[in-house]
Design a protein around this ligand. Sequence first.
Ligand SMILES: *Cc1c(COP(=O)(O)O)cnc(C)c1O
Length: 445
Amino acid sequence: MVSSIESSVGTERKVVTELPGPKSRALHERRKAVVSAGLTTGFPIYIERGEGAIVVDVDGNRILDLGSGIAVTTIGHAVPEVIEAVSAQVAAFTHTCFMVAPYESYVTVCEELAALTPGTHAKASALFNSGSEAVENAVKVARLATGREAIVVFDHAYHGRTNLTMALTAKNMPYKDRFGPFAPEIYRVAMSYPFRDGRSGADAAALAISEIETQVGAHNVAAVLIEPIQGEGGFIVPADGFLPALSEWTTKNGVVFIADEIQSGFCRTGEWFAVNHEGVIPDMVTTAKGLAGGMPLAALTGRAELMNAVHEGGLGGTYGGNPVACAAAVATIRTMRDRNLNARAREIGETILSSLRSLQQDVAIIGDVRGRGAMIAMELVQPGTKNPNATAAKSIVSYCNQQGVLALACGTYGNVIRLLPPLVITDEQLADGLSVLCAGVRAAG
Ligand SMILES: *Cc1c(COP(=O)(O)O)cnc(C)c1O
């Protein structure tokens, strides 16, 4: 079965029609009649199947995927271990509701989360369907456990699109505009953004802490919620020392430190979690995206005394920790371990960084190249300034798309190109994708 998939998909990018092709264009017309215009697709090629780092569209184009569906298919498309686990689970049963009639795989996922998340303290988890839902539950538990209300978040943060998580998210357009009113008791403070603030980690943390103490009051704060590397905000890696200083402050002040690892977790940065790069041990961790090989699953993992402070029945949901998604997660985590994908993420990161940094020498629109492991971005600027260049980002993404490469933009200013390749991408595929990307950057510069 596996080899027939390989031979039918192929490992090389190959464009055989104009993009999007005629079948994709026809589907897009059908879609416009029935799908909300509030959902947009940057590159509307309709996908039929995938394998590793390649997706094949309905017109037979083989597209190289450098986005992994926004950091979800970290272990690649159509992974045999996941296909097998999911197929067996679908055949056995698809749903009972964990609160009605439980099953082993939910417990196994929570055991894995307890073992893999930082720190050797006792931990407990609860499983959900989306990242937003995990973040919402982190806020619920932190408020209940501390008896406090204020939640501190950061400039450029992205935490989701539900009402509470919109409030936690920084960027107005397109996420929040006219969708209010938003949930109260959310306070936003300065993020460490080395390219733009030039501050050391210690100085940036001192600023954020002073904002919290003067504008909120430490004793009112239930939690500090932060992405250890910001995702949608522009792959902003805080200066060294920023996260440890914040974490230390939360511990001193009885505040829950929540790391939102939904995008940065599960091997993406070359560690199980991005906080591992600085030895930070969060009180709670939210995960989703890379966790279940493409199946919808999210988790909140925290210190047992926090997670178990909740009254019976206080957490849950109909679908949370669905057995098919749990089976996929168990197989995904095993695959990450077996194939040593943390090491592979670091290799991929070195290749991308060296390629983009050498390009930066002769292209004036690249202001910054940053990231860890296979979570790397370049921030585009007007030559000779730090003024954001969103036009260049758009034209580079569209150039890549036309060549059959899926690449994604992000950033508060829309001027960041981010790379999130599946970690099973081959060296040849990566070199091919980078040569297309670099040509796109040169054309835009
Ligand atoms: C994607 C994301 C979320 C929201 O997850 P959904 O599954 O889309 O609800 C939250 N936080 C971060 C850091 C994310 O990248």
